[in-house]
Design a protein around this ligand. Structure first.
Ligand code: PGA
Length: 242
């Protein structure tokens, strides 16, 4: 694992966007894996700026999101479809048909899980996957558990994730209790992984991750350590140095 230490969130976001730019420079038709949540917001802002200034071009890029809540329509303001559209997609020159987010609102979720993995495979796999980490160590919505899924799957959210994510809903009762999520195996198939960790609320999990010398389903992020091309960008708040 390559570790880059950023002074603060702003610097972390700029470094992440720059690394994405470098990949785009080499491969304009990049298959880019995207994450939601608070952490990538600054990175997306920076990508929008670079796109508006003509530094990067998304016209050939395909995106694949990690996860979506079960039961939320794509128009629901707390859905990840809505997040991606309002935070990033509508501000850059990406083609709508090139953006992919698992459907959490379909009748046949099992079918959707299989279809999502095979769609990624047929597109040639993900070149670069952006990742955040939950305060409980989850990656995408793969929650701590003895078994971790190889493929895209339906997961039940833990009370700690529901609490963490309730800030994106009006009331905690509105947070869905399950989600469709790329599996740990699907994520490890990406050619490069970029993990972003920022803020004091991630101190404990950052320390646990950096001190690990084994992998465990109880800390899903530990599986990322098996990947040959993992870059971690972490800020000083998350490292506990501020
Ligand atoms: P956050 O979430 O970026 O909002 O902290 C990360 C995650 O839960 O994976």
């Amino acid at each position: 694992m390559k570790v880059i230490i950023a002074e603060d969130y702003d610097e972390l976001s700029k470094i992440a966007a720059q690394l994405i730019k470098e990949e785009l420079d080499v491969k304009p038709a990049l298959n880019l894996g995207l994450a939601t949540g608070g952490t990538p917001l600054g990175t997306y802002k920076e990508l929008i700026r670079l796109n508006k200034e003509g530094e990067i071009d998304f016209s050939q890029v395909k995106t694949f999101n990690l996860d979506e809540y079960v039961g939320l329509d794509s128009k629901h303001p707390s859905s990840y479809s809505y997040y991606m559209e309002s935070i990033l997609f509508r501000h850059i020159n990406i083609k709508e048909e090139n953006t992919h987010i698992p459907k959490g609102n379909t009748k046949n979720l099992e079918e959707e899980c299989k279809a999502y993995d095979s769609y990624i495979e047929r597109a040639g796999g993900i070149d670069l996957q952006i990742l955040g980490i939950g305060s409980n160590g989850h990656i995408a919505f793969n929650e701590p558990a003895d078994q971790q899924s190889l493929g895209t799957t339906i997961v039940n959210l833990t009370p700690s994730t529901i609490k963490d994510n309730s800030r994106f809903f009006e009331r905690i009762e509105e947070v869905p209790t399950s989600a469709i999520s790329m599996g740990i195996g699907s994520i490890l198939k990406a050619r490069k992984l970029l993990l972003l960790i920022s803020g004091k609320s991630k101190r404990e999990i950052t320390k646990r991750l950096l001190e690990l010398d084994y992998v465990t389903g109880q800390l899903p992020a530990s599986f990322l350590l098996l990947h040959q091309d993992l870059t971690l960008i972490v800020d000083r708040d998350a490292l506990g140095e501020n």
